[in-house]
Design a protein around this ligand. Structure first.
Ligand code: CMC
Length: 426
């Protein structure tokens, strides 16, 4: 029972006392669960003021630009950990010992192959399909291949589903790319790291050896860490909502991929690079800023702004440094990086962006890194989905571990009152 109460006064009715809940960190929340039985619902489209669940996985302080996974700051994880260790932390709540980490990474590494029949499934797609469309379809189809150990009410089965998804997602992601360019699929290699294996499946061919560049491997690992989880965003909430009915985990992750695809969410990195290409040179920046500020123009500065961060996205800082490292390693000078840095500089000093607290987000620099690595922009969101899979599974598991209640929002009905039907077709 909460110590603090809020009182809701409605004209002509007795006051309603509501508990005020406190988490470990973050704002207090008014518990409105009793309102339904008293004949009222709350109205909050877009969930701008609504907590949909209790969670112990990730904490964000958007005003301070803080992101913690199980209490650990994202910059420390990005600089001193690796993606699989972050996966362990997200899924299990604590940093692993050496033995625990070795056991965990061995299991993930040993389950990277996917059912051979899935190769045929790929061939049903047009080669020019968007890789996100293919990834969404193939991930949902995994439910048809791995239906043993699939009782979501059994904890061990949920764990098996988590390992399968984590292990197989890079294989599926790389196959989406290889299929789109007409090259043969590359089987996973268990002697490589999670990121190194993904790069090898993306870029090696049967006709010549591919050696994984350690700087690019580290950059890819960092991109995966920075996208691993972000509490109750649109795609994670979608996975929770889909899972709340007891649905198959592969189908739930496919739902998350579908939600992530949109340009306001994971599709922003692809849209951001497209925008930088359109801006082309620093001289064109003022024109694009004018459009971003014009209420009659639907154009927005992609890679800028965030529902939660009203400060610099802490992931963007690491991403910017990584971008410089990768370009230096490859000996490349990207004119678009120059455009991006100048755009960031001008926008951060513009009253429109200052007043609305619009800062660069994680997607502002990630596209430039991926482009420098030779990854086409249509694959950017696929890589985001691959990285975010662990966050989706962690939330899906937590929801099941805590006991599921089907998600069923209510609405403010503004349609017709009851009326008689008289057919107009007779
Ligand atoms: N460019 C120009 N104006 C913007 C932008 C932008 N990128 N983002 C927000 N605004 C303005 C918006 O027009 C509004 O102005 P006003 O108050 O005058 O009407 C104000 O800022 C508040 O915007 P909002 O749409 O109410 O904010 P939101 O929290 O609903 O939207 C967002 C958040 C991320 C969808 C939005 O900032 C946006 O569309 N950004 C560009 C897309 C993008 O980069 N998305 C990636 C997010 S990070 C990765 C992820 O988590 O998926």
């Amino acid at each position: 029972m909460a110590d603090k109460k809020a009182t809701l006064n409605l004209p002509g009715e007795d006051a309603i006392e509501l508990d005020v809940l406190s988490g470990t960190l973050g704002q207090e929340e008014i518990d409105v669960r009793s309102l339904g039985s008293k004949g009222y619902f709350t109205f909050d489209p877009g969930f701008t003021s609504t907590a949909s669940c209790e969670s112990k996985i990730t904490y964000i302080d958007g005003d301070e630009g803080v992101l913690l996974h199980r209490g650990y700051p994202i910059d420390q994880l990005a600089l001193h950990s690796n993606y699989l260790e972050v996966c362990y932390i997200l899924l299990n709540g604590e940093a692993p010992t050496k033995e625990q980490f070795e056991e965990f990474s061995t299991i993930v590494t040993r389950h990277t192959m996917i059912h051979e029949q899935i190769h045929h499934l790929f061939r049903g797609f047009r080669r020019d399909s968007h890789p996100m469309a293919v990834m969404c379809g193939v991930t949902g189809a995994l439910a048809a291949f791995y239906h043993d150990a699939m009782d979501v009410n059994i904890e061990r089965h949920r764990e098996i589903a988590a390992f399968r998804l984590l292990s197989k997602m890079p294989t599926v992601a790389a196959m989406c790319y290889k299929y789109s360019i007409g090259q043969p699929f590359v089987y996973p290699r268990n002697d490589l790291s999670y990121a190194g294996n993904f790069l090898n499946m993306m870029f090696s061919t049967p006709c010549e050896e591919y050696v994984v560049n350690p700087v690019l491997e580290r950059a890819m690992d960092r991109i995966l860490i920075l996208h691993a989880d972000h509490e109750q965003n649109a795609s994670t909430s979608t996975v929770r909502t889909a899972g709340s009915s007891g649905a198959n985990p592969f189908a739930c992750i496919a739902a998350g991929i579908a939600s992530l695809w949109g340009p306001a969410h994971g599709g922003a990195n692809e849209a951001c690079l497209r925008m930088l290409e359109e801006i082309k040179t620093v001289e064109h920046i003022p024109e694009f800023l004018r459009r971003a500020k014009d209420k009659n123009d639907s154009f927005r500065l992609m890679g800028f702004g965030h529902r939660v961060y009203k400060n610099y996205d802490p992931r963007a800082t690491v991403m910017r440094e990584t971008c410089h490292e990768v370009l230096k390693e490859l000996g490349m000078k990207d004119d678009l990086l120059e455009v991006a840095m100048e755009l960031e500089h001008i926008a951060l000093n513009d009253p429109y962006f200052i007043e609305r607290k619009l800062y660069p987000n994680v997607d502002f620099y990630s596209g430039l890194i991926l482009k420098a690595m030779g990854i086409p922009s249509s694959m950017f969101t696929v890589i985001f989905a691959m990285a975010r899979t662990v966050g989706w599974i962690a939330h899906w598991k937590e929801m099941h571990d805590d006991g599921i209640k089907i998600a069923r929002p209510r609405q403010l009905y503004t349609g017709y009152d009851q009326r008689d039907f008289n057919s107009l077709t007779k």
